[in-house]
Design a protein around this ligand. Structure first.
Ligand code: PAF
Length: 286
């Protein structure tokens, strides 16, 4: 059973002891809980690379907009602890809101060029919330490495830049997106989908495969590819709207002509659920 810590002071003391007295390396997997196979992959990577693995579980209010799903975001700490036990996690840090934000933070973190594009454009303030909580978690736990999924590709890029610009003494390790057998990327928000909506949600993954085929047959114009993806997704019955379909290089700069290694990024509403996914071009052997 992983040791459960609720207080920052306690987890910090635990880490200090493990690092200084026992010389152990620490991997942190920051999560908002409701753990799924994507999180299991993050944990597995951490266990390969570190002596001890800590999972943080905290639904961070600061990264949700006022009309977003903070209230209904799935939470089940008991179940999460069981998942952590199955995966051999050493400690879980699950702070309360009072512990994380005894006062509303007045510090804002804005990332020039990164905070306001893609997700940031549709979720103003989201990356401020992500940066503040990630910075706090890194400061509290002080891990050697922290693990972030490529499923939230822009978040990964933002966190990498945060660490670089502020010289934080931690290595950010990107971990591949894990997909269900039907191709849907694992996400805690998938629990919102009805079976029919889930069928329509598969259009995201299928659109990536379609785009790959289209590119392989010689069409490399980003605008055209985006159009093909949009048309395909919008044909699915429960798709309500598309927030964006973009194609960028690996650093999220828009491209005109696509090349291997570029990313397709999209955000789509299926019923009342907003899903994001992304794809590295050249990933499929079609
Ligand atoms: O990806 C997530 O689950 C969250 O954005 C994170 C990184 C745990 C910060 O709250």
């Amino acid at each position: 059973m992983p040791t459960l810590f609720r207080k920052s002071k306690e987890i910090r003391n635990y880490v200090r002891l493990q690092k200084c007295e026992n010389g152990r390396s620490i991997g942190l997997v920051p999560t908002m809980g409701y753990l799924h196979d994507g999180h299991r992959e993050l944990i597995r990577q951490s266990k390969i690379q570190n002596d001890l693995t800590i999972v943080s579980i905290y639904v961070n209010p600061l990264q949700f907009g006022k009309d977003e799903d903070f209230g209904r975001y799935p939470r089940d700490l008991e179940r999460d602890i069981l998942v952590c036990e199955e995966e051999g996690v050493d400690a879980v840090f699950a702070p309360s809101d009072e512990e994380m934000y005894p006062e509303s933070p007045v510090v804002n973190i804005h990332m020039e060029g990164l905070s306001d594009i893609l997700e940031g454009k549709f979720r103003p303030g989201h990356f401020n919330g992500v940066c503040v909580v990630v910075l706090k978690l890194l400061n509290i736990v002080q891990p050697d490495r922290a693990y972030f999924g490529e499923k939230d590709y822009q978040q990964l890029k933002v966190v990498q830049r945060l660490v670089k610009d502020l010289s934080l003494p931690v290595e950010i390790v990107p971990v591949r997106t894990v997909r269900d057998t039907d191709g849907l990327a694992f996400s805690s928000r998938n629990t919102y989908l009805s079976p029919e909506e889930r069928e329509s949600a598969l259009s995201l993954y299928k659109s990536f495969l379609l785009a790959e085929k289209f590119i392989k047959s010689g069409n490399t114009q980003a605008d055209l590819i985006k159009e093909v993806i949009r048309d395909f997704i919008l044909r699915h019955p429960h798709v309500r709207k598309i927030d964006y379909v973009e194609i960028t290089d690996e650093d999220l700069r828009p491209v005109q002509e696509v090349r291997e290694g570029d990313r397709i990024l999209l955000a789509v509403w299926v019923g009342n659920t907003r899903l994001i996914d992304n794809w590295r071009i050249g990933n499929a052997n079609l």
